[in-house]
Design a protein around this ligand. Structure first.
Ligand code: 6PG
Length: 467
């Protein structure tokens, strides 16, 4: 019998995605060179579902219904190109190949063109939600070849996370739009994680809360309007006991943070557009600073600036940090979504902002109680340049702005690092300034380089012989 859907790469993500699809009534087949992974796939199948694992790619391709629908979940970079090359001699015109990994969008653009020449539909597709999401309902971000999308749409809708009846998948835009949206999703993910780590530090080091107390604080925060997946896992992390010693595991984990590049790409592409995503930049920079452990150890001995305790009463400070986190979290969504809006035009991706926000409402790492608000904002105005200009979003920012300022004052006085908080506020203060001091920059440019300037009181371009 012929299979509905094929998967290349049966790591935990690929396996779980296939099992999810099989649970929804589709017959699925996976390929992995590693026979153990094929066995693991078949053994994990729900009884009564049709799931097969094979160690030969040609066998998998032969067993698929035409047009074939094949997805790969392999590491980004060369492995994706290798898979394409090995598939080319086996496929027929009209077959659909989907890259569900975290590929860089420019690679995806190149692969779309390459596959088109060969008569194949190639689609870059972001998948978010980790192992559990893949198994029970991820957020799925496809883009590019719309015809290819229509072939797989019913399957993707079946496996995706749901908000009510609405599946968290949709056609997001042209070319590499799917991978572009996923990249920005990850940039926002980096930024929120950094903001949460700064909040934790302010409360732990600055206000002296225990992990148990932090668990309770985050439990409460996770019930509010900005309830989110990342708050939820943070809440649970505080309680996890050390399985190799005493106390809580969190205290034993090294502070050197890893990364696979998606946050960095977001910052790089934002600079190229150009468009500011300063909270994401701060998050990327802080992961980089975190890896300079030896230098930080030397500097800590050199600069013995006392890291003090905050001067605000504990209960009050908890509320202030909550608001600071909410404010800054909104800022990083605003920056990321403004980037999608600009890329939509500048990179000709025609990214749908309402659709992007809609598919983030469930299943993905940055799902949050704030997204319905953002969704409404973009539904009302799909070309909204920045969430900060939406009246309802503005209300939330106005309510929390004062407390962010207080938290930053405390951070500065106590010497606790708060780069992401500070970036959020700096961006906000610049964005809401009708007049910035960049008139000085223009004057200087004209002074030393005759770069010219415009005036506020008359049209035209001017140059002055500065005295
Ligand atoms: C997701 C995640 C996922 C992955 C990150 C991790 O949406 O499910 O974003 O794709 O966990 O890419 O990225 P780093 O290793 O760079 O932190």
């Amino acid at each position: 019998s012929a299979f509905d859907f094929g998967m290349i790469g049966l790591g935990v993500m690929g396996r779980n995605f296939l099992l999810n699809m099989a649970d929804h009534g589709f017959s699925v087949i996976g390929f992995d060179k590693d026979q153990q992974k094929n066995d693991a796939l078949e053994q994990a199948a729900t009884p009564g579902t049709t799931v097969k694992g094979v160690a030969d790619l040609a066998t998998m391709v032969q067993l698929l219904k035409s047009p074939r629908k094949i997805m790969m979940l392999v590491p980004a970079g060369k492995p994706v190109d290798d898979v394409i090359e090995s598939l080319l001699p086996l496929l027929q015109k009209g077959d659909v190949v989907i890259d569900g990994g975290n590929s860089y969008w420019k690679d995806t653009l190149r692969r779309v063109e390459y596959c088109k020449e060969k008569g194949l539909h190639f689609m870059g597709m972001g998948v978010s939600g980790g192992e559990k999401g893949a198994r029970t309902g991820p957020s799925i971000m496809p883009g590019g070849d719309e015809e290819a999308y229509r072939h797989v749409q019913p399957m993707l809708e079946a496996v995706a996370a749901k908000v009510g009846d609405s599946p968290c998948v949709g056609y997001l835009g042209k070319g590499a739009a799917g991978h572009f949206v996923k990249m920005v999703h990850n940039g926002i993910e980096y930024a929120i994680m950094q903001l949460i780590s700064e909040s934790y530090n302010m409360l732990r080091q600055g206000a002296g809360l225990t992990n148990q107390q932090l668990h309770e604080v985050f439990s409460k925060w996770n019930e509010g309007v900005n309830q989110s997946f990342l708050l939820e896992i943070t809440r649970d992390i505080f309680l996890q006991k050390d399985d190799k010693g005493t106390g809580e595991l969190l205290d034993k984990i090294s502070d050197q943070a890893g990364s696979k590049g998606t946050g960095k790409w977001t910052s790089q592409d934002a600079l190229n557009l150009p468009l500011p995503v300063t909270v994401i930049d701060a998050a990327v920079a802080l992961r980089n600073i975190s890896s300079l452990k030896e230098q930080r150890t030397q500097a800590a001995a050199l600069y013995q600036t006392a890291t003090g305790k905050v001067a605000v009463a504990q209960e009050e400070f908890i509320k202030q940090v909550h608001d600071a986190l909410m404010f800054s979290t909104i800022i990083c969504y605003a920056q990321g979504l403004a980037m999608l809006q600009t890329a939509s035009k500048e990179l000709d991706m025609q990214i749908s902002l309402p659709e992007s926000v809609r598919v983030w409402r469930a299943g993905c790492i940055i799902r949050s109680g704030l997204l319905p608000l953002f969704y409404t904002a973009y539904q009302q105005d799909p070309s909204l340049p920045n969430l900060l200009l939406d009246a309802e979003v503005a209300k939330l920012l106005q309510q929390t702005e004062g407390n962010l300022r207080t938290v930053i004052v405390e951070a500065a006085k106590t010497g606790l690092p708060a780069a992401a908080f500070m970036s959020a506020l700096s961006y906000f203060d610049a964005y809401r300034s009708e007049r910035l001091p960049t008139n000085m920059v223009q004057a200087q440019r004209d002074y030393f380089g005759a770069h010219t300037y415009q005036r506020i009181d008359m049209p035209g371009t001017f140059h002055t012989e500065w005295q």
